[in-house]
Design a protein. Structure first.
Length: 51
């Protein structure tokens, strides 16, 4: 479980956003998927440059 401050301002009480473990896993999987896609695109661009 993680949490973060949302919209912190000195004139207000801080509000919190809680993230459960399953949401963290989903976010990590999305980041992993994006990283793999970026690496695939980089490899494709490198192939095109070499051709």
């Amino acid at each position: 479980m993680s949490f973060s401050f949302t919209n912190p301002r000195p004139d207000r009480e801080p509000s919190f956003s809680f993230t459960g473990p399953e949401e963290v896993e989903e976010q990590l999987q999305a980041i992993t998927d994006l990283a793999h896609e970026i690496l695939r695109l980089v490899a494709e661009v490198r192939r095109q440059i070499r051709a």
